[in-house]
Each structure stands twice: as structure tokens, then as C-alpha cells.
Design a protein around this ligand. Structure first.
Ligand SMILES: Nc1nc2c(c(=O)[nH]1)N(C=O)[C@@H](CNc1ccc(C(=O)N[C@@H](CCC(=O)O)C(=O)O)cc1)CN2
Ligand SMILES: Nc1ncnc2c1ncn2[C@@H]1O[C@H](COP(=O)(O)OP(=O)(O)OP(=O)(O)O)[C@@H](O)[C@H]1O
Length: 221
């Protein structure tokens, strides 16, 4: 039986291959719906500061969402990847303030706010490759957002991952450093996790399906 890290790697490869099959048209349509659903989240409604990210490649698109939040007057923080894979942060001031960085990323060109700036966010939108019925998330493997979630431990910030519907699965492999998120938004809907939510970390009746199979899509927002 392979260890958890190897299981994650295999699942990552499979999910990235699936994203590659998306046509630009499908990706654009998904991004438009995702932005609308995310903007409807009550968790974002009262947020003065939101930490987000600039989608790249076939990631669920965030550009329209960033612009809508910025236009609302929300302070939007974007990650800057550091050499050790930790994340610094900078403010989003519009697309003209983004610069190309390594790994195909787009990052804010302005002042760096430090790794702890994410703790000023009322809501944190996270990239990922999958989330499971407990709210456990799997990312690209750099551990960048594991560190963000560790920094947010005990804070009230809403932690929301943005995915495609098929990336909400029954179980992802979990390691001791992993932390759950509160919700996932996909073009199909919103699903929340947590105490009192069926299938959440402390909720009753968490399904124990064998790893990786998609579960039913989230219900309407
Ligand atoms: N949009 C975005 N920004 C992010 C992340 C992310 O997952 N997505 N990160 C999450 O931690 C951090 C950067 N970590 C990253 C780690 C690996 C790759 C990566 O594998 N890139 C591909 C090319 C991109 C693509 O076309 O999919 C590569 O290098 O081959 C990208 C970002 C911070 N910013
Ligand atoms: N709090 C932390 N501080 C430093 N390193 C960490 C922390 N949490 C996890 N890591 C390291 O990050 C590496 C990748 O972890 P994992 O495979 O869970 O990443 P991931 O969740 O897929 O990626 P990401 O968080 O970037 O989306 C592991 O080697 C792990 O030891």
C-alpha cells in the first residue's frame, strides 16, 4: 500500500490530466458561473479583505471574481510565491498591476506585505485540485496553502476552495499537516463543511466511500 504522499501524487496527476481535457470555451463558461456563485457567498458579503489568487492555465478562472471584488471596494490580497514555497502577499490593484512570475504565475507587482498579511483577511479563497466530504483539501504539493491554513488556525476567516464539480470527491489522502476548509464553490454550487454539517469533520454520517470517487455535485447555492 503506497503512503499518503504517493497517493496524493497519483490523484494530483489524474486531476491535472482531467483539467487538460477542458476546452477554452468550457473553462471560460465555468469561470463566469464560478465568479457569480462566489460573489453570492454570504462569507464574502461582509468581507473587507479577501485573500485570493490569480488563476493560471486550466484552473477554475478567478479573474472576473478578482475584478468584481476590487470594484466592490474589497481589499484583495494575492500570493507571491517565495523560494521555499511559502507565500508572501500583495494587494490587487487591477490587471495592469500583475506581473509574470515563475511557474506560469501572475503576481502583484507592488509592495510585499509579509507572510502574515493573510491573517488580515476575512475570507481566504484557496486554489486546489480536490476537496473531500470532510473539507480536507489537496493542492499542487508545494505545501504553500498548508502553511496558510496553519497560520489561520483559530482565526474566524472563512476558508473557501474553488474547484470544478468533479473535483469534489469522497476522500482525499490526508497527512498530519493538512487542515480542513469551510466550503467549496464549484460551477454547480456551494458545499459547506464543519460541525453540524452532514459529512463534515464533526458531522454525523460522514460517508466512508473508497478514495477518489466523485460524490454527488453540491446543491444549488
Ligand atoms: N493560480 C495559482 N496561484 C498560486 C498557487 C496555485 O495553485 N494557483 N499556489 C498554490 O500553492 C501557489 C503557487 N504554487 C504553484 C505550484 C505549482 C505550480 C505549477 O505546477 N505550475 C505549472 C504550470 C501552471 C499550469 O499551467 O497549470 C508548472 O510549473 O508546470 C504553480 C503554482 C501560490 N499561487
Ligand atoms: N505548515 C507547514 N510548514 C512547512 N511545510 C509544510 C507545512 N505543511 C505542509 N508542509 C510541507 O508541504 C509539502 C507538501 O504538502 P502537501 O502534499 O499536503 O501539499 P498540498 O496541500 O497539496 O499543497 P498546497 O498547500 O501548496 O496546495 C509536504 O512536504 C509538507 O511537509
Amino acid at each position: 500500500m503506497p503512503d499518503r504522499a504517493a497517493q496524493k501524487q497519483a490523484l494530483r496527476r489524474e486531476l491535472l490530466e482531467r483539467r487538460k481535457l477542458l476546452s477554452p470555451e468550457d473553462a471560460a463558461a465555468a469561470a463566469a458561473v464560478l465568479a457569480r456563485r462566489a460573489l453570492e457567498l454570504p462569507e464574502l458579503g461582509g468581507a473587507g479583505t479577501v485573500a485570493a489568487y490569480v488563476s493560471v492555465g486550466r484552473e477554475p478562472g478567478t479573474r472576473a471574481l478578482l475584478d468584481a471584488l476590487h470594484a466592490r471596494g474589497v481589499r484583495v490580497l494575492l500570493p507571491v510565491l517565495l523560494p521555499d514555497n511559502d507565500l508572501d502577499w500583495g494587494a490587487y490593484e487591477g490587471a495592469q498591476g500583475l506581473v509574470r512570475a515563475g511557474r506560469g504565475l501572475l503576481e502583484p507587482a507592488g509592495r510585499r506585505l509579509g507572510v502574515d498579511a493573510v491573517r488580515e483577511a476575512d475570507a481566504v479563497l484557496l486554489p486546489g485540485l480536490a476537496v473531500d466530504a470532510r473539507g480536507m483539501r489537496m493542492g499542487r504539493g508545494g505545501g504553500s496553502y498548508d502553511r496558510v491554513l496553519a497560520r489561520l488556525a483559530g482565526s474566524a476567516a472563512h476558508r473557501v476552495v474553488l474547484l470544478y464539480a468533479n473535483e469534489v470527491v469522497a476522500r482525499v489522502p490526508v497527512e498530519p499537516h493538512d487542515h480542513p476548509v469551510h466550503a467549496v464553490v464549484t460551477p454547480d454550487g456551494v458545499r459547506r463543511f464543519g460541525p453540524g454539517v452532514r459529512g463534515g469533520p464533526c458531522g454525523p454520517g460522514a460517508p466512508d466511500a473508497s478514495g477518489g470517487r466523485p460524490v454527488s455535485p453540491p446543491g444549488p447555492a
